[in-house]
Design a protein around this ligand. Structure first.
Ligand SMILES: NC(=O)c1ccc[n+]([C@@H]2O[C@H](COP(=O)([O-])OP(=O)(O)OC[C@H]3O[C@@H](n4cnc5c(N)ncnc54)[C@H](OP(=O)(O)O)[C@@H]3O)[C@@H](O)[C@H]2O)c1
Length: 372
């Protein structure tokens, strides 16, 4: 208490720093880090690009806390502030906002009542561990997975483990629902199951019978109304993306394309990934562990052992080492959840990446997009 006296000028003087001064210093540091810097970033951040001509590579470097890059001092400071404020690396989205590079998949959840409690506990544990992006869809368990996610989020919000703003929730509309009227109706059902007033990203699950122009119009209307933050697509190959851009018009506000991409399925690298990078549009890699198969890939296991990690971690670290790529592994096992989250901190060297190229070579020619 003597320190507080010194701080107010009452009582005896102290030679060393008082508890009050220390607390004041801490408060100042907190204020600078969590109030002033984020506010400055908001004001000073580059305006969302209206067109992405020449954007190739630029935005991705902003997301990386590498010390030197073309975006200059602003991006350097921004990336490091990011690293301090949020433990998970994030990627910028074409129209502003950011997406974590690692998210939790939920396919196969919500399919059986008997597994519901364990699945909610798994998603709940994931949030507690630090997972912030959750990927789901109306298709998964016919809404069951969205209910699992909704229940886990509700509990996490109630206990104060996380705020809604810290989460990035992705859901998807069935193609047969993706009409002008069907899209908002499906979105409303998803929101009810999730117990949320908006999703951060809403994707067309794959191309179906409805014209892209209708889906695009419906998605834009939802985004304008604030019930979805961003919209995007899934299972779109390069020609589909080009058609989307032509139909929706430029600048294309599609925020992401979610496709099958992993060490074992590198097809998107040939033309789709470069196309998306040229527009600073993240590619969300689904089945990044090849549905669990890469965890027992003999060659990967050998390399992983040498690096002191697991083959699944190596496979995930490789996916998110690709500029502009987000990985969304699914897991319910607590060990898997922890291992996968830790993969976000693995730094692969140029030699490691070259070794993976030898084990699982990049594509030499174009082939149709693989789907699961
Ligand atoms: N847009 C689309 O069309 C589409 C298609 C497919 C998937 N997706 C999305 O992408 C997500 C991920 O894809 P996915 O579920 O197909 O496959 P995945 O994430 O590649 O693999 C999931 C499987 O791997 C196991 N696993 C997870 N971490 C592991 C680890 N560290 N070591 C060993 N095994 C591990 C899981 O087991 P446990 O569950 O027992 O832990 C599960 O059986 C889906 O859940 C879904 O959200 C989207």
């Amino acid at each position: 208490m003597a320190g507080w006296d010194a701080c107010t000028g009452r009582g005896k003087q102290h030679a060393g720093p008082s508890i009050g001064a220390f607390a004041f210093g801490l408060a100042q540091l907190y204020f600078a880090l969590f109030v002033v810097l984020p506010a400055l970033r908001k004001r000073g951040a580059p305006a969302p690009a209206k067109t992405w001509e020449g954007a190739e590579g630029l935005e991705w470097e902003v997301a990386s806390p590498a010390p030197f890059h073309t975006f200059g001092a602003w991006a350097f400071a921004s990336a490091w502030i990011d690293a301090i404020l949020s433990p998970m690396r994030t990627l910028p989205l074409p129209l502003g906002g950011r997406m974590p590079v690692l998210g939790l998949g939920t396919w196969r959840m919500g399919e059986e009542r008997g597994r519901r409690r364990a699945e909610v506990a798994a998603v709940r544990a994931a949030i507690e561990m630090g997972w912030r992006l959750i990927d789901t869809a109306e298709m998964y368990g016919e809404g069951g997975a969205e209910e699992v996610v909704g229940q886990a989020i509700a509990e996490a919000l109630r206990t104060g483990d996380v705020t809604r703003e810290e989460l990035f929730v992705v859901s998807k509309v069935y193609p047969h629902n993706a009409s002008r009227k069907g899209t908002p109706a499906a979105r409303a059902r998803s929101l009810a199951r999730l117990g949320l007033d908006h999703v951060d990203l809403y994707l067309l699950h794959w191309r179906g019978e409805h014209a892209l122009a209708e889906t695009c119009e419906a998605m834009r209307a939802l985004a304008d109304g604030g019930r979805i933050r961003h919209w995007g697509v899934s299972n779109f190959d390069t020609e589909d993306m080009e058609e989307l851009a032509a139909v929706c018009g430029e600048p294309l506000d599609c925020a992401a394309n979610q496709v099958y991409y992993s060490v074992g399925e590198r097809g998107p690298e040939f033309s789709l990934l470069p196309w998306q990078r040229s527009r600073a549009m993240p590619l969300m890699a689904y089945s990044p562990i090849d549905q669990g198969a890469l965890a027992s890939d003999a060659a990967l296991k050998k390399m992983a052992q040498r690096l002191g990690v697991t083959a699944a971690q190596l496979a995930l670290a490789w996916v998110i080492a690709q500029p502009g790529v987000v990985a969304i592994p699914k897991a319910v096992s607590e060990t898997h959840l922890r291992d996968n989250l830790a993969a976000a901190d693995l730094q692969l060297s140029v030699e490691d990446l070259a070794e993976i190229d030898r084990l699982h070579p990049p594509p030499r020619r174009r082939k149709p997009l693989a789907m699961i």
